[in-house]
Design a binder for this molecule. Structure first.
Ligand SMILES: [Zn+2]
Length: 505
């Protein structure tokens, strides 16, 4: 029996607003003592009235536009009733039949074995606004639970996908791209570890027929399991893998899941745990929220359509076509908005500075530049225990250093020394190289003299080399580097040594 996983996600994204969804309480309650960012509105005292947060509506619409969704002209809020200790009002204000966004889709690259990526497109069913519930803290002995209402009323956008994913790695890649988009938009910090992005994963299996040419089988949807509490990218992958195994066994036993169920992901046990049979929508007794007027979003959508910024996929493509970065380099750069800005400014400076010697795109120059901006700079910052924000490397200085490396004005070894100094002091690389005498030796007569000295001082190594140990020359190159304090290019030093040695032979 061949089975195909069918996966859909429901993602709650915490919106980056100053205040809560329907009151003026601070939206930074997670950093405050419990139950201090609360008011009669967000804890649902009788007689209070909610007022929608205009900024939250804007961020929701912006996210909908960026994901290619259709913004509703008319939208409204509804009450979703259920009883739970974290829900002070006894209902949640959400949206039922008229969400702010319908449709949309997101194409993501799923990492493939050959180092490239495989495109997968995931459609969205809808996205709606709602308020978050409070947070329960359960005591370790399981005897008591405390409620912190600071989170009650936090604005969320819930994005619901169609069941378009078919493997855990597709779900993970999709979530990572969605998080990045939310960050690019400034809609949310979307930090999963902090609960700013939370995910429920729906999964079922279906049988692939022996003759899959008739495509009707691919529309078959079986009762799904909804996995709750998945709060890291790794957990999403592991929870889905676990559930695929569990459901596969049921299918092979001839007892595929007969009804929709909810299971929780237990990170410590590495397993999903049965929670309850899922409520149907009619169990929640949705009805229109009588205290809030409907939303008219036409004008807002028109206005915001012009302000959707460049999204990660477009930026990756542009960095590749403008400068010549490879696919994985472009991905690493664009996965971090600040890094992407730094790299782009550096490359623009480099292009300006090296005219007309260099012209872009140039994959070789991009490769060298990426190596210095990503791994070398990263290593220097780690050594100095600095982050990029506190290090003093400006794009102008970074571009100048890369220009010096490309123009062989400094060797790789000494460029690292210069870079470290740049990070500490913010000084100009050419000035550091001059002051510390780190410039690359371009005087061949000087280098020849050093090569001769090294050969004369190491007769045993020279004998080894003559005796056929080709690697022995590596030691001599090291000695030249040492005597020149890293100012000789290793390749040129090796050529010079080979020339001198063959002259002696
Ligand atoms: Zn409040």
């Amino acid at each position: 029996m061949k089975l195909e996983p069918v996966i859909g996600l429901e993602i709650h994204v915490q919106l980056k607003t100053d205040s809560k969804m329907f009151c003026r309480c601070s939206n930074k309650g997670e950093f405050e003592p419990p139950n201090t960012t609360v008011c009669p509105v967000c804890v649902g005292h009788p007689g209070t009235l909610p007022v929608p947060n205009a900024k939250a509506v804007e961020l929701g619409v912006l996210a909908g536009l960026a994901l290619g969704g259709e913004i509703a002209e008319h939208s409204k809020f509804d009450r979703k009733q259920y009883f739970y200790p974290d829900l002070p009002k006894g209902y949640q204000i959400s949206q039922f039949d008229l969400p702010i966004v319908k449709g949309g889709s997101l194409s993501v690259g799923v990492p493939a074995k050959d180092g490239k990526s495989r495109p997968v497109t995931v459609r969205f069913t809808r996205a709606h606004l709602e308020e978050d519930a409070a947070k329960l803290h359960h005591s370790d002995d399981g005897q008591s639970s405390l409620v912190d209402f600071n989170r009650a009323g936090t604005p969320l956008i819930e994005c619901v996908t169609e069941p378009d994913m078919h493997s855990p790695d597709e779900a993970k890649a999709f979530l990572q791209e969605l998080r990045l988009i939310m960050r690019y938009l400034g809609v949310s910090d979307a930090d999963m570890e902090k609960g700013h992005l939370r995910c429920d994963a729906n999964i079922s299996l279906r049988e692939i027929p022996d003759d899959p040419a008739n495509e009707d089988w691919a529309k078959q949807l079986n009762p799904k399991t909804e996995i709750k509490n998945v709060n890291s990218f790794r957990s999403v992958e592991r929870a889905l893998e676990y559930e695929i195994d569990r459901q596969t066994k049921l299918w092979l036993d001839g007892k595929p899941p007969a009804e929709q169920t909810t299971r929780g992901w237990d990170d410590a046990r590495n397993a999903t745990v049965a929670q309850r049979s899922k409520e149907e929508a009619n169990d929640y007794r949705y009805f229109p929220e009588p205290d809030l007027p409907p939303l008219q979003l036409h004008e807002l959508a028109d206005r915001l359509a012009k302000s959707v910024p460049e999204l990660p996929a477009a930026r990756r493509a542009r960095l590749t076509s403008e400068f010549g970065f490879g696919e994985s380099e472009a991905k690493t750069i664009c996965d971090d908005l600040e890094l992407a800005d730094f790299v782009e400014q550096t490359m623009s400076e480099l292009a300006e500075w090296s005219k007309p010697r260099l012209s872009f795109p140039d994959p070789e120059v991009a490769r060298v530049a990426a190596g210095w901006m990503l791994s070398k700079l990263g290593g220097v910052l780690t050594d100095l225990k600095l982050d990029r924000a506190s290090a003093k490397v400006t794009p102008e200085n970074m571009a100048e250093l890369i220009g010096m490396i490309l123009g062989k004005a400094v060797t790789g070894t000494n460029a690292l020394v210069v870079l470290s100094e740049m990070a500490k002091t913010g000084a100009d690389p050419s000035i550091i190289a001059q002051e510390k005498d780190l410039g690359q030796i371009d005087d061949m007569a000087e280098l020849e003299l050093v090569a001769k000295q090294v050969i004369a001082a190491n007769p045993k190594v020279v004998d080894d080399w003559r005796g056929g140990k080709a690697n022995a020359i590596q030691f001599l190159v090291g000695q030249v580097m040492k005597l020149t304090r890293g100012k000789a290019s290793p390749e040129v030093a090796r050529q010079m040594l080979e020339k001198e040695l063959s002259r002696l032979a």
